[in-house]
Write a protein that binds this ligand. Structure first.
Ligand SMILES: [Zn+2]
Length: 167
């Protein structure tokens, strides 16, 4: 599930809206939960934020403080906090070092399948759309790679949204 947060009282463009695909949001939440030193809000399950859930400005700043200690409220962040930057590098290296796996779509054949039981292939055989015919694909978990830009946009959104609501 993608996440879309709308600023309740934005100060500047950075606080108007934050959007992330579900993969990156999951990685951000995992980072947050690994560093959480307080309970943000008993009602909020960060993995499954539901539509209409609101975070006050103070809650957003508490949230932000986990990512960026001693941040300056007045100006936009232009660089990621070192610890978050290191986390992104660490996960990126971990994911990029994973070996390719047998493609789950074509079961390694490289050909697009049309049925459940082999060898029901399309005739004439066409290359698998998932792996372009190689029979190999990146592990599913590689979708969880977190970009620096999304992370920075998230931190600046928290800083300038004036509280937010899940769309
Ligand atoms: Zn394939």
């Amino acid at each position: 599930m993608a996440i879309s947060l709308i600023g309740l009282s934005p100060r500047g463009d950075a606080g108007v809206r934050f959007f992330s695909n579900s993969w990156e949001w999951h990685a951000l939440v995992e980072y947050f939960l690994g560093h959480e030193s307080f309970l943000l809000n008993e009602k909020i399950n960060l993995h499954f934020l539901s539509s209409g859930t609101e975070l006050s400005e103070v809650e957003c700043w508490k949230f932000l403080d986990v990512f960026a200690k001693n941040f300056d409220y007045g100006s936009e962040l232009v660089e990621l906090p070192q610890e978050l930057s290191d986390y992104i590098t660490l996960t990126s290296n971990f994911l990029s070092n994973l070996p390719d796996m047998e493609c789950q779509s074509c079961l390694g054949s490289g050909h697009q399948r049309k049925g459940i039981i082999s060898p029901l292939y399309f005739e004439p055989r066409v290359a698998c759309r998932e792996c372009d015919g190689s029979g190999k694909s990146r592990p599913y978990i590689c979708n969880y790679e977190l970009s620096r830009l999304t992370s920075l946009n998230f931190l600046n959104f928290l800083k300038f949204c004036g509280g937010c609501v899940v769309e």
